[in-house]
Ligand binder design. Structure first.
Ligand SMILES: Nc1nc2c(ncn2[C@@H]2O[C@H](COP(=O)(O)OP(=O)(O)OP(=O)(O)O)[C@@H](O)[C@H]2O)c(=O)[nH]1
Ligand SMILES: [Mg+2]
Length: 699
């Protein structure tokens, strides 16, 4: 295996809505490049990047997976990510290893929820990207329609660099709008392109599209713009570097076309990635933090610098042990290197460095700045950590992900398996950043939390398959919140002054509601030292701790402001503890007056069913307190969008299956919190009281 320098490496993440064909395309690209001698297919479980048993069983990607293709002296590292909303955090985390993205769009379905979401990820990370209209071979595939929708939604920087030759069954190649040549593919699925003249009937459209591209490349580049005005065009030797630069600077989003399953457009796509997407070191330097001072620090992405690597993924393989995936940010990482984990101040030996190709790791002697590697059996290193040279510490910031949306109580099927369960789950937490394991203090139940029901169910299935631990999932816990609807004003006074050293804390606070999602705000309005400065944080802490324990039913109180405006103290008897208790007492008194209420998570659900079921589906959603937001045709199906409380959707997967004979699908994601209707709230509160939550007295 050749060792590549960063200039000749492309780290490309495949993003997009579920089922757009990312995994299939990854396998097709590797096949076209000759990395494998058979086309791996999602549908028969032989794809390269969906190798996990759960992925094969379900037919969709669950976690990010890596592979590489060598193409004309360039190494293309491909990161395949899931598009299913409940696993989208995997895609978000994988962005840390990428220098560009291919965002796939389905040629039939067009823009979907996750198209815009993953576009948002790229924007946030300022990641150069290209759009790929994929599955062009499908019935009812439409390039023009999809392109128009993309331009409307994502802006005018969206511009084709290819046009499809033929559509649907007739899709057989692409026009390269830079070179103004056709690239035709054989129907044998080999993925190999044959250079040809642009078909006569496409001449006019191609010239028009070429001119639009030239204009867009010239815009924002004075030198090219001048040339363009002078000559009315830009010669290809200037257009190619101009395009490369415009992509790197995010001034332009190129659009390509492909079909992964029949391997059409794949060679053109490989060439595009190698020629136009930024190299692994094009950014020049990366930003981090100096662990000693906490100050910003930068590191040049060059082989001559001290080694540093960022860990972006961990896999808990029951046989190979822990697999750590990292990106070399600077320097050279060699097999047998001793590197320091700066987050944990531990030294790790990188016994065998490899490059990931799906489920296998190909050993290499070294990896240079910009490359992606994998190493087995590190002792302490976890996702988000930075490894590097002892002499030159730096920390790269870990990716911040959303919080889990749903929790289930779980219980091992056989008693005495608690320890085994806890060990196994902790392994799984290492590889899945959105899975959480905790214990409910009141009920003493184990809780497993994730981004959705299926996320948790798949985790449970892995527990059984990998670690032989069987658990029962109990009714999920809805993450209710509490808030207030009115204002309040109260005094919290804690006084114990009988004999010896006493306790004295006294505060007067006002409370008022904040807008949804604003959390908690504390305003210190004390004048003239009614409470000494050093006790004020204690009052705030007392309030916050009390709010976290809840007032009505044991759920955290959110979206309120507290104004501390008066109080008193005692020279000897006052202490932080006394003021903390006073704060907590004041909070509870305020809650009595402030019209407390329960909030519940409302989900945005998208249900796709055959047209004739749409009436039943909408009626059923209304029965679940759902609000229909819209309904639109999608091929022969109908997509119903609705906002529904999470509490009403817990059994939806199986209900939808029986309502539609298994022909409906749905996805949902968190939208916002809303007030629970009184009758339902009363029931939740009385259930919680029975379990001993809420309105507990402190002293
Ligand atoms: N006709 C046709 N079918 C395709 C093509 N690409 C993928 N498919 C099929 O579409 C389905 C989804 O493909 P995947 O590659 O798993 O899609 P994905 O984007 O990885 O989906 P997630 O992993 O869920 O995000 C599979 O049944 C594929 O066989 C294509 O180019 N043409
Ligand atoms: Mg996939």
């Amino acid at each position: 295996m050749k060792t590549y320098d960063g200039e000749n490496i492309r780290n490309v993440v495949l993003l997009g809505h579920a089922d757009t064909g990312k995994t299939q395309l990854a396998s097709a690209l590797l096949y076209t490049a000759g990395m494998v001698n058979r086309l791996g297919k999602v549908d028969d479980g032989s794809s390269i990047t969906d190798y996990d048993e759960e992925e094969i069983k379900h037919g969709f990607s669950i976690s990010a997976a890596l592979a590489y293709a060598e193409w004309n002296g360039v190494k293309i590292n491909v990161i395949d990510t899931p598009g299913f909303n409940i696993f989208l955090h995997e895609a978000e985390a994988a962005l840390a290893a990428a220098d560009s993205a291919l965002l796939l769009v389905h040629a039939v379905s067009g823009i979907e929820v996750q198209t815009e979401k993953t576009w948002g990820f790229c924007q946030k990370a300022n990641l150069p990207r290209a759009l790929v209209i994929n599955q062009m071979d499908r019935d009812r595939a439409g390039f023009k329609r999809t392109l128009e929708a993309l331009s409307n939604a994502l802006g005018r920087s969206v511009i084709p660099v290819q046009l499809p030759i033929g559509e649907e069954k007739d899709f057989r190649g692409v026009v390269d709008l830079v070179r103004m040549r056709a690239e035709l593919y054989e129907a044998d699925g080999s993925g190999k392109a044959r250079d040809a003249d642009i078909p006569a009937e496409m001449q006019e459209a191609s010239t028009e599209a070429h001119e639009a591209l030239v204009e867009m490349v010239a815009e924002g580049n004075d030198q090219l713009l001048e040339e363009f005005f002078d000559k009315g065009t830009i010669p290809i030797e200037d257009l190619a570097p101009g395009l490369r630069q415009a992509i790197a600077e995010n001034r332009l989003t190129p659009v390509l076309v492909s079909a992964g399953l029949p391997s059409i457009g794949t060679e053109s796509l490989l060439r595009f990635v190698a020629d136009y997407l930024p190299s692994a070191v094009a950014r020049g330097s990366v930003e981090g933090v100096d662990p000693a001072s906490g100050e910003k620090a930068a590191r040049r992405m060059a082989n001559g610098e001290p080694a540093s690597a960022f860990v972006f993924k961990t896999v808990a393989d029951p046989f190979a042990g822990r697999l750590t995936y990292f990106k070399v940010m600077s320097g050279v990482v060699k097999t047998e290197a001793m590197l320091v984990n700066y987050n944990r101040s531990a030294t790790e030996r990188l016994a065998h460095v490899g490059i990931p190709q799906g489920k296998s790791q190909n050993p290499v002697p070294e990896l240079r700045a910009g490359d992606i590697g994998v190493v087995a059996k590190l002792k302490e290193t976890l996702t988000g950590d930075t490894l590097g040279d002892k002499q030159a510490p730096i920390l790269y910031p870990p990716v911040k992900l959303a919080e889990p949306a749903i929790s289930f109580a779980i219980e091992p099927k056989s008693r005495g398996d608690e320890d085994k369960l806890s060990t196994a789950i902790h392994r799984m937490l290492e590889e899945d950043l959105l899975l959480r394991f905790s214990r409910d203090e009141q009920t003493k139940e184990f809780l497993l939390s994730g981004s959705g029901q299926q996320h948790v169910e798949i985790a449970v299935s892995k527990l059984k398959r990998r670690y032989n631990v069987e658990v029962t999932l109990k009714a999920p816990k809805i993450p209710y919140r509490e808030t207030i609807r009115g204002k309040a004003d109260a005094q919290g006074k804690y006084k114990k002054q009988t004999g010896g050293h006493g306790q004295y804390g006294d505060c007067k606070i006002k409370m008022e509601p904040l807008a949804r999602g604003e959390g908690f705000e504390f305003v210190n309005d004390i004048f003239g030292g009614a409470i000494p400065k050093n006790y004020i944080p204690a009052v705030e802490k007392g309030i916050q701790e009390s709010a976290a324990r809840g007032y009505l039913a044991g759920y955290p109180v959110v979206d309120f402001r507290v104004i501390l405006y008066d109080g008193s103290y005692h020279d000897v008897d006052s202490s932080e503890m006394a003021f903390k208790i006073a704060g907590s007492m004041g909070f509870k008194k305020c809650m009595e007056q402030a019209k407390p209420c329960l909030l519940e998570p409302i989900m945005m659900a998208e249900i796709t069913v055959p047209e004739n079921y749409s009436g039943d589906i909408m009626g059923n959603l209304t029965g679940r307190r759902g609000r229909i937001q819209g309904m639109e045709p999608k091929g022969q199906s109908t997509v119903v969008k609705a906002q529904v409380p999470l509490a009403e959707m817990l059994t939806y997967a199986s209900d939808l299956t029986s309502m539609t004979q298994g022909r409906g699908t749905y996805s949902m994601e968190f939208s916002h919190y809303d007030v629970v209707p009184q009758q339902i709230a009363d029931k939740i509160i009385s259930d919680a009281r029975e379990r001993g939550h809420g309105k507990e007295e402190e002293e």
